[in-house]
Design a protein around this ligand. Structure first.
Ligand SMILES: Cc1cc2nc3c(=O)[nH]c(=O)nc-3n(C[C@H](O)[C@H](O)[C@H](O)COP(=O)(O)OP(=O)(O)OC[C@H]3O[C@@H](n4cnc5c(N)ncnc54)[C@H](O)[C@@H]3O)c2cc1C
Length: 393
């Protein structure tokens, strides 16, 4: 038995969404944890999973039909990621490629940019990474110093990025920059598609203590020359465009965390039902059962908030979605960290063996607490935006 999500049925999930969930869950189980762990051991990427998901239309559910997509929303894309994670084979790049870069290009790109990128991003043949974080501007995106200067019709970019996921397997990276005249004062971001092999664009692998096929990179942009059409959207409407991508990023990070939480909880439940060291299986002891029940409740609560955020976003309410997406990301990350911790504990010594495969999740679960926006920055946002409390920074 698995932790079947309760957010289902006609009221909260349409029949089509339920069918998508069931189909992706079955697809995910076909690959499952053994496939994912084999890829980790071999130090390779889960390309087969990505490509087949692309062929089946799962990567493109939220992209516009006119460019080969499914014409649905982030709600459906979050279902795909959550179910793959619950099956033990998550695809981190779903957060970056269709949810951030696909959304930004679909909403603000020119027809030529959409035609150039969206079909490939959706069918699994191309990927795009997303770089905003900088060494001196992590939580404070207003401090980014990567600059874009005009040179004739070209743009020339200079700067550094850090922790950017999947640059090695992506055809290009969507780089958040600011125009040179906006270097001081308020953030006026503009977004550029930087192809992987552009001269002056280099990457260095960051040695992360993370069991994941997708790697993180530090990027250097040294006089990176780009044609005028590398700019996505309007040079002067950058913040709006940026947030169009960041809300889906938060919703999808929640889906990533909740998939992992469900996977860990399922492993713990299987173990607690059968492991016997006294008269009854250990799951009969309330000290084991109650924290697992609590984890299930917290997962379900976070799923509801994720659902709210996705529905608001898909309805075009960017402001309402922003608030809900932050809360969903917060709740999902906390639920994930606690579920994984309890799952490892439920297995006793086996929780730390490679054979049972839970220990590596202790580190992986922390990612959603830090990225793309940390727990504290969400608490700051809620304190200021929702509760009207003054700022300390
Ligand atoms: C696995 C992984 C993948 C990532 N992938 C990408 C990617 O693809 N693209 C990308 O651009 N970035 C990516 N990131 C970067 C991620 O978004 C940043 O790590 C995150 O935004 C936090 O920034 P920082 O690491 O610089 O932490 P800092 O900003 O240095 O924060 C450090 C600590 O201080 C706290 N803190 C900071 N300011 C305040 C404040 N005002 N009040 C209270 N507490 C505060 C934070 O909450 C945190 O706990 C990734 C990170 C990880 C770990």
């Amino acid at each position: 038995m698995t932790t079947q999500p309760a957010v289902a049925g006609g009221l909260l999930e349409t029949e089509e969404q339920r069918a998508l969930r069931d189909a992706v869950a079955a697809f995910g189980r076909r690959y499952g944890r053994p496939y994912f762990e084999e890829a980790l051991r071999a130090g390779r990427h889960t390309h087969e999973l990505w490509q087949e998901a692309g062929k089946l239309g799962y990567l493109s559910v939220s992209l516009p039909e006119a460019y080969g997509g499914g014409g649905q929303g982030i709600t459906e894309l979050s279902v795909v990621l959550e179910e793959l994670g619950a099956a033990g084979s998550p695809l981190l790049m779903l957060i970056v490629t269709p949810a951030i870069t696909g959304t930004v290009i679909a909403r603000f790109g020119t027809h030529a940019q959409k035609r150039a990128w969206l079909p490939g991003l959706g069918d699994g043949t191309r990927k795009m990474a997303f770089g905003i974080t900088e060494p001196d501007a992590g939580s404070n995106a207003h401090r980014i110093t990567t600059t874009a200067r005009r040179d004739g019709t070209d743009w020339v970019l200079n700067g550094r990025k850090v922790f950017v996921s999947g640059v090695d397997i992506s055809d290009a990276t969507l780089i958040v920059s600011r125009t040179e005249d906006a270097r001081t004062g308020r953030l006026k971001p503009c977004l550029f598609v930087v192809p992987r092999d552009t001269p002056g664009f280099s990457r260095h692998l960051i040695d992360m203590e993370l069991a994941a096929p997708e790697k993180q990179f530090e990027l250097v942009l040294d006089e990176v020359r780009l044609p005028a059409d590398a700019l996505v959207g309007d040079e002067d409407a950058g913040l709006l465009q940026l947030f169009a991508g960041l809300n889906p990023e938060r919703i999808m990070t929640a889906a990533f965390a909740l998939g992992m939480a469900r996977f860990a909880l399922d492993r713990a439940l299987d173990y607690a039902r059968t492991r016997q060291v006294w008269k009854e299986p250990i799951g009969a002891h309330q000290a084991i059962a109650h924290p697992l029940a609590q984890a299930h409740i917290e997962i379900e609560l976070a799923r509801l908030m994720m659902r709210k955020a996705a529905v608001l976003y898909d309805a075009g309410d960017d402001t309402g979605a922003g608030e809900a997406a932050n809360m969903a990301k917060y709740a999902a990350a906390e639920a994930c960290v606690k579920a994984v911790d309890q799952a490892v504990h439920t297995l006793g010594g086996n929780g730390l063996t490679r054979e049972y495969g839970l220990a590596s999740l202790v580190t992986a679960a922390r990612v959603a607490r830090i990225a793309p926006v940390s727990r504290e920055m969400i608490l700051n946002y809620v304190s200021h935006q929702n509760l009207g409390l003054p700022k300390s920074y």
